[in-house]
Design a protein around this ligand. Structure first.
Ligand code: HEM
Ligand SMILES: *[C@@H]1O[C@H](CO)[C@@H](O)[C@H](O)[C@H]1NC(C)=O
Ligand SMILES: *[C@@H]1O[C@H](CO)[C@@H](O)[C@H](O)[C@H]1NC(C)=O
Ligand SMILES: *[C@@H]1O[C@H](CO)[C@@H](O)[C@H](O)[C@H]1NC(C)=O
Ligand SMILES: *[C@@H]1O[C@H](CO)[C@@H](O)[C@H](O)[C@H]1NC(C)=O
Ligand SMILES: *[C@@H]1O[C@H](CO)[C@@H](O)[C@H](O)[C@H]1NC(C)=O
Length: 489
């Protein structure tokens, strides 16, 4: 597909050369078109966005415009200027390109759904009473799955698995059972979803090869079937999240077919990030013994406060603060959460930077924030940004550190794993709870160690920059067994 497009446009080479005469105007950001007509920097951008944008930042600074497959994308990398993009609802728009992306990936069209209404519906379900129900539901599912996965093994027997599969599979199934309240097909949904997830970036970029396109289509269709509510079984409660979503879509005038397809979009947004995040967190702990010891000692402190262990861990985590674990989570997300915030310029705009400079943006161009590069990996904000430092987000007095500086100035956004502005992750609090419960459970209930004590974390899969949590290229082999008593941590 991709090469077809490539050749097609190569055919138009001469024509394009004549018409692609865009030059930088006064007051516009530095322009970097790349050498290849039309495509511009597309190949480098898609292969490893972080590396490419870091190179451009080095060359041009905190703001520049690059040509990517026919589009001009202005990249803004100064966190203190992000608000000018995030707050703008008049000159910048995201619904149009979001809808196109959803169409491409999920073969789903929801033109009648108003983003503000959808957002409101989502927020209702991730706060207050709903949130505490989700809290305890996922906790129960995690415990049950952990135990039932061990069935058929003698208690003291070690099992071996990749840490990524272990984390993703457990958290996905627990999250699925929590949100979708289906009882019998979690394993099948997980298996199918992983296959679909592997093709997702290619779907988004229309770069599937022919065989892959068929796989993607059939995988998508199987997921639609697996997710569609089984009305006969009558298991789902009347006020479940899923039913509420159907009501919402119905009220917005979405037809039955699209309602069915929309569930896959929901499955993806709610389940694709927590598992990979838990993998990186445990991976960093296993490869950084001093961090592991600090977390274990914090957990020991909690369990000592409650020697009866009659309370489920959820109560322990709710009742006590865990600054070390919180810092480890923040540091993990700083290193491995790589969202790209995109907008389309719908009217010519003047962008005011925090340093007072003003830049013209042209209508039809795109704007993109990539917080992974700055603030998250910015050496002026986080010293030695490539290193995992478990106490980076801890103050001297063991509280969460919230003040970070660049050039002596406090910066507003020092890490942005959850996105920003009106697109901030609605499930943030729930996600934090779920990951913490998961880590707590694994560290208290399992003996868990690397098969090779000298092993290193696998590198990240560079094709996933811009799609939320990064995933590893490869896996980390671990062995584990159920612990007989929970106290000897
Ligand atoms: C480590 C875990 C997670 C991370 C890093 C994360 C990150 C994000 C980010 C960056 C966005 C914005 C996407 C964009 O603008 O393109 C987002 C949206 C969203 N997240 Fe999360 N998320 C996580 C877990 C979860 C969980 C567990 C849930 C729910 C069960 C959830 C529910 C949502 C929803 C519903 C949206 C869509 C919000 C909207 O469209 O306005 N997230 N998430
Ligand atoms: C953007 O909005 C946030 C919160 O709504 C506000 O704190 C901030 O001052 C605004 N910034 C700009 C540049 O408008
Ligand atoms: C959910 O659990 C977390 C920690 O486990 C706690 O901090 C939070 O208050 C809980 N939320 C609700 C609404 O119960
Ligand atoms: C990297 O991610 C892409 C997209 O998810 C996937 O197709 C590819 O198989 C992954 N590569 C490896 C080595 O896991
Ligand atoms: C996959 O589905 C899309 C639309 O949903 C269609 O355009 C495409 O031809 C299908 N590809 C294959 C190989 O069936
Ligand atoms: C903790 O220390 C930081 C600076 O190190 C300070 O700003 C903050 O007020 C202290 N908090 C408490 C509760 O002492």
């Amino acid at each position: 597909m991709f090469w077809t497009i490539f050749l097609l446009f190569n055919g138009l080479f001469i024509v394009v050369l004549f018409y692609s005469t865009r030059t930088r105007k006064k007051n516009e950001p530095p322009l970097d078109k790349g050498f290849i007509p039309w495509l511009g920097h597309a190949l480098e951008f898609l292969k490893d966005s972080a590396k490419f944008l870091a190179r451009m930042k080095e060359k041009h600074g905190d703001i520049f415009t690059v040509r990517v497959a026919g589009h001009y994308v202005t990249v803004l990398l100064d966190p203190n200027s992000f608000d000018a993009v995030l707050n703008d609802t008049v000159f910048l728009d995201f619904t149009n390109s979001r809808n196109q992306l959803i169409q491409k990936i999920f073969s789903l069209q929801l033109p009648s759904v108003k983003p503000a209404a959808e957002r409101k519906w989502m927020e209702r379900h991730f706060q207050g009473l709903s949130l505490s129900k989700l809290n305890s539901s996922i906790n129960t599912h995690l415990q049950n799955l952990l135990l039932s996965d061990q069935k058929g093994c003698s208690p003291s027997e070690w099992r071996q698995d990749g840490l990524f599969s272990l984390c993703y599979s457990l958290l996905f199934r627990a999250g699925y059972l929590t949100m979708f309240e289906r009882r019998d097909n979690a394993a099948a949904v997980y298996k199918e979803f992983r296959q679909f997830d592997n093709l997702l970036t290619k779907l988004a970029r229309s770069s599937l090869k022919r065989g892959e396109s068929e796989t993607a289509n059939s995988s998508r269709e199987r997921l639609w079937e697996l997710l569609s509510p089984n009305l006969l079984s009558g298991t789902s409660e009347s006020n479940s999240w899923q039913q509420s979503y159907h009501h919402f879509l119905q009220e917005e005038g979405v037809d039955a077919e699209m309602q069915k397809r929309a569930l896959l979009l929901q499955l993806w947004t709610t389940q694709c990030n927590a598992g990979p995040a838990a993998f990186w967190l445990l991976g960093f702990l296993l490869t950084h013994p001093e961090a592991m010891e600090a977390v274990k000692s914090e957990i020991r402190g909690l369990t000592l406060l409650d020697t009866s262990l009659q309370h489920p861990p959820i109560n322990l985590l709710e009742a006590h603060s865990t600054p070390v674990l919180d810092s480890v989570l923040s540091e993990t997300l700083r290193l491995t959460a790589a969202v790209m915030i995109r907008r389309e310029v719908v009217q010519d705009k003047i962008l005011c930077m925090a340093n007072g400079k003003e830049y013209h943006l042209r209508r039809g161009d795109r704007v993109c924030l990539f917080p992974f590069l700055s603030p998250q990996m910015d050496p002026q904000i986080h010293q030695e940004p490539q290193l995992f430092k478990y106490d980076r987000f801890l103050d001297d007095n063991m509280t969460v550190k919230e003040k970070f500086y660049k050039d002596g100035k406090r910066i507003k956004y020092h890490t942005m794993p959850w996105g920003g502005g009106r697109n901030t992750c609605v499930g943030k609090e729930f996600a934090v709870t779920a990951i913490k419960q998961f880590v707590f459970l694994l560290l208290t209930q399992l003996d868990l160690e690397m098969c090779d004590p000298e092993a290193k974390l696998p590198p990240v899969n560079t094709s996933r920059y811009g799609f939320g949590m990064l995933q590893p290229d490869g896996d980390l082999q671990v062995r584990y067994r159920l612990r007989r008593t929970q106290h000897e941590m």
